[in-house]
Design a protein around this ligand. Structure first.
Ligand SMILES: Nc1ncnc2c1ncn2[C@@H]1O[C@H](COP(=O)(O)OP(=O)(O)OP(=O)(O)O)[C@@H](O)[C@H]1O
Ligand SMILES: [Mg+2]
Length: 478
């Protein structure tokens, strides 16, 4: 598909060429007809002169060899190259073409034959005589003989050919000129449209899907005149941008409200939760004898409260990350952090096989130590809680050009395939009995995702039964 500009210029050129051809053809035809008519008039008077000569004293005279003027052919007033012939009984008795001095040049036998074959109807027609084209007319003279008069067509043909040549050259130049000037005009005319397209393009590049969006781009005032077509587009685009901007602001406001609500609610929940946990623990440990059944229930209260505390803390962390609150920016030794997390995991779950592959030197990134520790802890917790005992978990730390790759690979059953595309979403969790028993909430990986994104890193997952790999990429500290 060609651009609108190219199509407009092409259409302009095609139209111009068509008009040029029509004008050229009509002019050439008209000129030809006009010149032919004039030649026919001349032919008629030429014929009349010959006829007058034949009817006069020269009539019936035989061409004498000493008659330099050649009988009736010597009629005064005939122009150069006039053809004249007198046919008696199907034979040319006198005939010739007048040269510059008015002397007739004799006709060859084939030329004479062409004249003899001519119908005697007094109508002018074009005929090739020898190597020349003539306009000829044959009439019956007063004495019954046939008189043929002819005038050459060469001049007429030359004029028409010349006209066509000039027309072709002029139209050719005019086409080139129209092409250049037309392209410039079309470009100039379409410039406002290009400006409107630029505005649309700049808006399309804005990240409208998240965060605070200032939709300040507008089509310039000059291109919003509703009397022009482009102005109507510009105006419509500006109104659309206005609506979109308002909608985005409303969305942003409601998101901020919701986030603040979650953060406040989580914050408010922490104190009563701590109190519940403390009282449960105190009661369980009180000096008074507590029936074993009650002690068991209190232990459940404690563990559920603990779980709720973790959940509340996760929610608070997510709300903080969503709000784009700045994280800590200190140097964090990732190798140290991973080793610590591994030994914790080993202590909690000795029936998994834990392997660590890390370089000897320190791998340091800039960021929030607590956040990064939580990333590693969440990934390791998943390999612990979502795989059966005996599973091997390999953690690899590899610095590669400017970034560090942290991969956590296990040979467990894998993430359920229908969950895999959503695994980093909030509250997305598999509902295997094992997960449920572990009280999983589905926030672990969304925290990993949010923390890593806040560090300008990325995380991805590949999972098939027997090999599940979570890979975190973080920019290395320079
Ligand atoms: N290594 C893994 N092997 C198998 N499944 C996994 C693995 N890691 C995660 N999953 C699946 O992904 C789901 C989401 O994990 P995520 O860590 O976000 O939540 P969770 O572990 O269920 O709960 P939480 O971490 O908040 O306690 C899990 O419920 C589990 O089904
Ligand atoms: Mg988890």
């Amino acid at each position: 598909m060609h651009s609108l500009r190219a199509r407009l210029v092409a259409a302009l050129l095609a139209l111009f060429a068509l008009v040029g051809v029509v004008v050229g053809v009509v002019t050439a035809i008209e000129l030809h007809a006009f010149l032919l008519h004039r030649l026919d008039v001349q032919l008629a008077s030429s014929r009349d002169r010959f006829a007058g000569a034949l009817a006069g004293p020269l009539a019936g005279s035989r061409p004498a060899s000493n008659d330099r003027r050649g009988g009736f052919l010597g009629t005064p007033g005939q122009s150069v190259d006039t053809l004249g012939a007198r046919i008696v009984d199907g034979r040319v008795t006198q005939g010739g073409v007048l040269d510059r001095s008015g002397t007739p040049e004799q006709l060859s036998s084939s030329e004479a034959a062409a004249l003899v074959a001519l119908p005697v109807d007094g109508r002018p027609r074009s005929l090739r005589v020898g190597s020349e084209d003539y306009r000829v007319v044959a009439v019956r003279a007063g004495d019954g003989d046939v008189l043929v008069t002819g005038l050459p067509l060469a001049g007429l043909d030359e004029t028409v050919t010349r006209l066509i040549t000039v027309e072709v050259i002029v139209i050719g130049f005019a086409l080139v000129f129209t092409g250049i000037v037309g392209a410039a005009i079309v470009r100039l005319t379409l410039r406002p449209l290009t400006r409107v397209a630029w505005t649309a393009g700049r808006v399309a590049e804005l990240p409208l899907d998240r965060g605070e969006v200032a939709l300040a781009e507008r089509v310039p005032e000059a291109d919003t005149d509703p009397r022009t077509e482009v102005g109507q587009v510009g105006l419509a685009l500006n109104r659309l941008l206005g609506h979109v901007g308002a909608a985005l602001e409303a969305r942003q406001a409601s998101e901020t409200r919701l986030r603040r609500f979650v953060a406040d609610a989580s914050h408010e929940l922490r104190t009563p939760l701590a109190a519940i946990r403390g009282y449960a623990e105190l009661t369980r440990r009180s000096a008074e004898p507590v029936p074993p059944e009650i002690a068991r229930m209190l232990a459940r209260v404690e563990s559920q409260t603990e779980r709720m505390t973790t959940l509340v803390e996760d929610l608070m962390l997510l709300a903080r990350l969503d709000a784009g609150r700045p994280l800590g920016r200190e140097p964090v030794d990732l190798s140290r952090l991973v080793i610590d997390a591994m030994s914790d995991a080993h202590a909690v779950s000795p029936d998994h096989h834990w392997q660590l592959i890390a370089p000897d030197e320190e791998v340091t990134v800039t960021g929030d130590a607590a956040g990064l520790a939580q990333v590693v802890a969440n990934l390791l917790a998943n390999t612990r809680t979502h795989t059966p005992a005996g599973t091997t978990v390999a953690v690899t730390l590899t610095p590669v050009d400017g970034q560090v790759n942290l991969s956590v690979v296990d040979d467990g059953p894998g993430v359920p395939p229908d969950l895999l595309p959503h695994v980093f979403e909030r509250f997305a969790r598999g509902d295997s009995s094992r997960s449920r028993a572990n009280g999983s909430t589905g926030l672990g990986l969304s925290i990993v995702d949010a923390v890593v994104a806040a560090h300008r890193g990325s995380v991805d997952v590949t999972s098939v039964p027997g090999r599940t790999a979570f890979t975190v990429r973080l920019p290395i500290r320079s």
